[in-house]
Design a protein around this ligand. Structure first.
Ligand code: CP3
Length: 355
């Protein structure tokens, strides 16, 4: 494998010294880019992009041709695992993900198998291998998965949800059964991430998009416990190199202290959390990733630059910060505004890393 030319992102996650703050963006490959819309149009559907490694590779690389991002993220989706478990994933325009066979009974849960990534999710692992080769050492590749709790919400609801009434009913009424489901998902997620690491992913991120919908005690029991279980099962050393891990819980700002105990190198922050206060709360235990409001990218470039400056200033001096949005970029953002954000991180951040 070619040596990595830019490892700023990996060093920041491990709180090692850097010359400037690294930057990438959640959903950096996606509909805000005309070149993405073109490939998606030709492919016919989002799922076709995910299942054809050469297309997944192409759209992964697109944002890196435009912007000086410090990491690439595998183009895929968190719902590949439930799909491989047999739930039948589809995306309908404007309605988001849907499962043909959601979980509706105890038998459905007991019958779920743990997918073998190298066979059942071969297209993802092949995409990782291809992207690593095509990146040719320019920047590190991030692998990812949904958290067990977040995957369970989609599997029980059958798609997106506002109230999470079905999955919460299962959790409140049959907690032991919910634990069976979450344990299977934790094993599946760990096997999936380990296969991505073996195929070349140089950092991994767990998306707990819906952990923030839980009460404090339920968050610990049903979300964080299984994110920790995943971390404990990960093979995070490859050829003597540490593979850094990131846990992102949207709405998790209240629980940062407990999250530092989950076994991850870094925590992703949504935009509601003050990154300066967050740093004071987590201390030296973890790095932080985030956390500009994705909606701020609608503002004019000079205002975007000011917002970037505020976040860098709040985090303050020293390593351990990866600049990102607080959630995924929205589909109708002007790509030039993304350029303004990246440029501002490059312009303002070296001041915080002088020895
Ligand atoms: O960050 C990246 O660039 C990598 C790719 C990535 C996608 N989905 C591509 C995608 C990642 C990391 C995800 C994760 C994901 N998928 C999450 C967790 C992250 C988060 O946003 O909190 C969730 C909850 C999903 C499930 C999912 N997939 C939803 C809710 C949707 C949106 C449906 C819609 O129409 O907006 C998707 C589809 C999806 N995943 C798209 C992309 C680029 C849009 C597909 C398209 O229409 O082109």
């Amino acid at each position: 494998m070619t040596a990595l030319k830019n490892d700023t992102f990996l060093r920041a996650l491990l709180k090692q010294p850097v010359e400037r703050t690294p930057v990438w963006m959640m959903r950096q490959a996606g509909r805000y880019l005309p070149e993405y819309r073109k490939v998606r149009e030709e492919a016919g559907s989002f799922i076709n992009l995910c299942t054809h490694p050469e297309l997944a590779c192409e759209v992964t690389l697109q944002p890196l041709r435009r912007f000086a991002f410090d990491a690439a993220i595998l183009f895929s989706d968190i719902l590949t695992i439930p799909d491989a478990m047999g739930l039948g994933l589809s995306f309908s325009e404007g309605e988001g993900p849907q499962f043909a066979r959601p979980i509706t009974s105890a038998a459905d849960i007991h019958n779920l198998g743990i997918p073998d990534p190298e066979t059942d999710l071969r297209y993802v692992i092949d995409a990782v291998r291809l992207i690593r080769r095509e990146l040719n050492g320019s920047v590190p590749l991030i692998g990812f998965s949904g958290s067990p709790w977040t995957l369970a919400t989609y599997m029980v609801e059958g798609g997106g949800s506002k109230s999470f009434r079905k999955v919460k009913a299962l959790m409140y009424e049959q907690p032991a059964l919910m634990h069976v489901l979450l344990e299977k998902l934790a094993e599946s997620v760990a096997a999936y991430l380990n296969a991505q690491i073996a195929a070349g992913a140089q950092a991994v991120m767990v998306f707990d998009t819906w952990g923030g919908m839980l009460t404090t005690e339920d968050y610990r029991e049903f979300s964080l416990a299984y994110a920790s279980r995943v971390a404990a099962l990960l093979q995070t050393e490859v050829n003597g190199q540490r593979i850094p891990t990131i846990l992102f819980t949207k709405g998790g700002g209240l629980w940062l202290e407990t999250m530092t105990e989950a076994g991850y190198d870094a925590l992703g922050l949504d935009w509601q959390t003050d990154i300066g206060l967050a740093r004071a709360r987590v201390g030296d235990k973890v790095a932080l990733q985030g956390n500009m409001d994705p909606v701020a990218l609608y503002a004019k470039p000079d205002i975007i630059a000011e917002k970037v400056k505020t976040i860098l200033e709040k985090y303050g001096a020293g390593s351990g910060h990866v600049f990102n949005l607080g959630h995924g970029i929205l589909p109708d953002i002007n790509p030039e505004h993304v350029g303004a954000m990246v440029e501002a991180v490059h312009r303002f951040s070296p001041a915080y890393h002088r020895p």
